[in-house]
Design a protein around this ligand. Sequence first.
Ligand SMILES: [Zn+2]
Length: 468
Amino acid sequence: MPELPEVETVKRVLEPIVKGRKIVKIDVLRATIVNNQAETFVHYFENEQFLSISRIGKFLIFHLSNDKVLISHLRMEGKYIELLEKEENTKYARVVFHLDNDHKLCYDDSRSFGRMIMSNEKDYLKEKEIAKLGPEPFNVSTVDEIIKQVKKVSLPIKTALLSQEIITGLGNIYVDEVLFASGIHPLTPAKMITKQEWHKIIKESQRILNEAIEAGGSTIRSYHPGKDIDGNFQTSLKAYGRNGQKCVVCHTNMRFIKVNGRGTTFCPHCQIKHGAPIKIAIVGKIASGKSEVLNQFDKAGYLALSSDKIVHDLYANPDIQKQICKKLKMESAPDFLSALREHLKVKSNDLDKLEKYVHPLVRKEIENEFKKSHSNLLVAEVPLLFKAKMENMFDVIIGVDVSEEIQLQRLQIRDKEKSAFLKRINDVNNYFDDHRSELDFIIDNNQDLPTLANKVVSIINKVLDRLN
Ligand SMILES: [Zn+2]
């Protein structure tokens, strides 16, 4: 979707093309673009002359003769392309303006989400799409008005900025960039953003948008502001689209989450969530000592949850047992756990089915417990974190590593029948190695308990540092 800088580029490219030109004829090829008022639209604008183009947020405002105004929003894929009359229309031409110089202007929109609104000089600022827009960052002189406006807004700052009602002009790409540059976590409730931070947001918005406008807009999608202008510009994006890459400031892995459905990339180290605790996951292979790491957090007084225990409790729930029996086509038995173990021995493929059912329940339980807690570090041991795709609900991921030799030693201590089962799960746990680069801390647990305890304390201090 074009963002403000791209729309500004379109404006700058288009203005010399249409300025002073009279519209001799209009073809509406897709009526939805003009709000299903094709005839009225044609009649309204035919024979008028383009005087100038302005822009409000991501809206292009064409000013025409007789005080007429055409408001155009490109939405996802809309673009204007200038052609000679003798040339064929573009593939997705939706509205064609024939000009008085043997040229035509095709509005091309493969997905037809774009809109054109008929208006006039007196009313266009009052059109509902325009009226609800906040000021552009360039026009914000004081943040007091904004602070008043968001006083009761609990929505995440990312969502609030995307609404365009507080400030206008930041789309998905530049919101991520601005929040990264301002060191603000995208999930921070809008009402908790401080005055100083609003100053930062405005300043960074101006800087980033200006840089992008200068560069001619970013080119996330191939994009044609005007004929022969391919939009082949690059602006260096530091957050957007950099999921899994290292933060350019601190080298922490950038993380991807959904914020009200919008993909969002941020640095969990540079962008701290105010008033919100830090969520920590512990992963590691079987017998690596994850539980001991968890135990250290518990001892230090933080909320410490074990997924194994959560799963254990779930399996003890008769309703859940019933559901699992149904899903795996398994007979219910007095000793549910043994029956399940036996079942999985024979039908190992059912493990996937079982996990697909159980993982979301575990996730929900962790979320519930986190919500209830007042601890400023919320810790959960989640052995299958990556397999269960739960990594995005945590701010910090700690991996516990152990040499295979010590791992086997520790495994042999456990009872024999269990160990075969655990070993199979351990193979699944190779996920740990696949996701090594996504870990924020790796604890090498080949030494004794006091050494481990020291390592955990050092991590706790580093993480708490982020809250200050
Ligand atoms: Zn960072």
